[in-house]
Design a protein around this ligand. Structure first.
Ligand SMILES: C[S@@+](CC[C@H](N)C(=O)[O-])C[C@H]1O[C@@H](n2cnc3c(N)ncnc32)[C@H](O)[C@@H]1O
Length: 391
C-alpha cells in the first residue's frame, strides 16, 4: 500500500485477493450467492481518495466483512468500527478476519453514538428500505462529528431517488457519483443539526390486532401487519397451548405478542437473526405489557436453544437472502425447527403457496398437514418426530 498525496492506493491486486477469499458462512452459501459485490469495491476505492492510514472509519451494513477487512488489509487503515444488523454477518466477518489473520483493528458495535465516536468517514451499503436508510442517516447526522463524510453505495438497479431525498433531509450536500460496474456512490457532507429524540423504534397502534407494533428501520414490514402473518393469525385459536413457544424469525414480534396474550400460561421466546428485529420485538412486548412474558433473543436459526425444547414454533419464513429469492433461508429454519421441536410438538408455518414447501417440511420436521389455504398462502402444521435423525 502506497500513500500518495493524502489518499491511499492499493499497490497490487490485494483487494481482489481479499474479496475473492471471503465466505458468507454461517449464512447460507450457494454457488449463486456471493460474499461481496461491486459496491463494496467501489465504496473502498472511492473512500481511498479521502483516507489516510490514520483515518477512522465507521461501516454500516457490511454484509460479510468486505468493507471492514478490505479497509484494514488492502488499504492499511488501522481503525474500523462496524455495525451489522445480522448476527450471521457479524459471525462471518469474524470468521473471515480469522482466515486473514486479522485479530485487531475492528470493533463490532450497535448503531449508536459509540459507532461514530471520532470517525472521519462512514461507509454505508445502501439498505433495502428507506426506513432503514432513514435510521442510518439520522444516526450519522446525530452522532458523527460535523466534518464526517458519508459514502453510501448500492447496486444501481436497487437504488431510487427516494434515497437521495432521505440523505438530503440529513445532509446539506449530497452528490451522486458516476455509476461504475452497475454500482453508484452517493457522497453526503455537511450534516444538518439534529434535534429531538432518535426517531426509531417507531410505534403504531394496530386497531385490527388491538396491539401496539414497534419497529426499527431495518425490520421486516415495519409497523405493518404482513398479509402472510395476518393469515397465520387466523389459526391462533387452533394452535395448541404449549409450555415453551418460539416465534422463529420474529420481526416486530407480532406473532409472539398475539400468542402470549392469548396463552398466559406459556413462556414465549421471540428470536431473530436481526438486531433491529429483536429490538423491535422487545419494544412491542414492552408496549403491550408483555415484557415479563416474552424473552427476546438474537440468534441464527435458534442455534442456542436446546434440542427438543419447544412445544410450538410459529414461523413466517423469509424467501429472500439479501436481494435474491432463495429457498435456503426457509430450509435452514425448517431444519432448525426439526431439531428444537419436542416429539409431538408443532411447527405452524405460513408461506406463499407457489413455494411448495410441504416436501421440505415433511423431510426436515415431520408429518405435515395443511391447516388452511387462501388465494395466496398456505398454513402448514408439521409435527415433531419422536425419533430424529436430522437429515
Ligand atoms: C418474513 S419475516 C417474518 C417476521 C415476523 N415473524 C412477521 O410475521 O411479521 C422473516 C424473519 O425471519 C428472520 N430470519 C431470517 N433468517 C433467519 C435466521 N437464520 N435466524 C433467525 N431469523 C431469521 C428475518 O430477519 C425476518 O425478520
Amino acid at each position: 500500500m502506497d500513500k500518495e498525496g493524502g489518499s491511499l492506493r492499493v499497490a497490487d491486486n490485494s483487494l481482489d485477493i481479499i474479496l475473492s477469499g471471503l465466505r458468507r458462512f454461517p449464512d447460507v452459501e450457494a454457488p449463486n450467492l456471493q460474499a461481496w459485490d461491486a459496491t463494496d469495491k467501489l465504496l473502498l476505492e472511492t473512500a481511498s481518495e479521502l483516507l489516510t492510514p490514520d483515518s477512522r472509519i465507521a461501516v454500516i451494513g457490511d454484509r460479510y466483512g468486505a468493507l471492514t477487512l478490505g479497509a484494514l488489509a488492502a488499504y492499511g487503515v488501522r481503525n474500523v468500527k462496524v455495525h451489522q444488523d445480522l448476527i450471521t454477518g457479524e459471525r462471518a466477518l469474524r470468521n473471515n478476519a480469522a482466515v486473514l489473520k486479522i485479530d485487531s483493528g475492528f470493533a463490532q458495535l450497535p448503531l449508536g453514538a459509540a459507532l461514530f465516536d471520532d470517525v472521519d468517514v462512514v461507509l454505508l451499503q445502501l439498505p433495502k428500505t428507506l426506513a432503514e436508510l432513514e435510521e442510518a442517516a439520522d444516526a450519522v447526522a446525530r452522532y458523527a462529528a460535523p466534518h464526517t463524510v458519508l459514502l453510501a453505495g448500492g447496486r444501481v438497479k436497487h437504488m431510487s431517488l427516494g434515497m437521495n431525498t432521505v440523505l438530503q433531509r440529513h445532509f446539506a450536500d449530497v452528490q451522486p457519483q458516476l455509476a461504475r460496474q452497475k454500482s453508484r456512490i452517493l457522497i453526503a457532507r455537511d450534516a444538518r443539526t439534529v434535534t429531538g429524540p432518535a426517531p426509531f423504534p417507531v410505534a403504531d397502534r394496530s386497531s385490527e390486532l388491538d396491539l401496539t407494533v414497534c419497529a426499527r428501520g431495518a425490520v421486516f414490514a415495519g409497523t405493518k401487519l404482513d398479509i402472510g402473518t395476518r393469515f397465520l393469525l387466523r389459526y391462533l385459536p387452533d394452535m395448541p397451548a404449549a409450555g415453551n413457544v418460539v416465534d422463529l424469525g420474529c420481526g416486530t414480534g407480532i406473532l409472539a405478542a398475539m400468542y402470549a396474550r392469548s396463552h398466559p400460561e406459556s413462556k414465549v421466546t421471540a428470536t431473530d437473526q436481526s438486531a433491529a428485529a429483536v429490538d423491535s420485538a422487545r419494544a412491542t412486548a414492552e408496549a403491550n405489557g408483555l415484557a415479563g412474558r416474552i424473552t427476546v433473543l438474537q440468534d441464527d436459526a435458534m442455534g442456542s436453544l436446546p434440542d427438543r425444547s419447544a412445544g410450538l414454533i410459529l414461523l413466517n419464513p423469509p424467501f429472500h437472502l439479501g436481494a435474491s429469492v432463495h429457498a435456503g433461508a426457509g430450509i435452514k429454519m425448517f431444519r432448525a425447527a426439526g431439531r428444537v421441536l419436542m416429539p409431538g410438538g408443532e411447527l405452524w408455518t405460513v408461506y406463499n403457496s407457489h413455494l411448495q414447501y410441504l416436501p421440505a417440511l415433511e423431510r426436515f420436521v415431520g408429518p405435515t398437514r395443511v391447516a388452511g389455504r387462501n388465494a395466496k398462502f398456505t398454513v402448514a402444521v408439521s409435527t415433531g418426530r419422536s425419533e430424529r435423525a436430522v437429515p
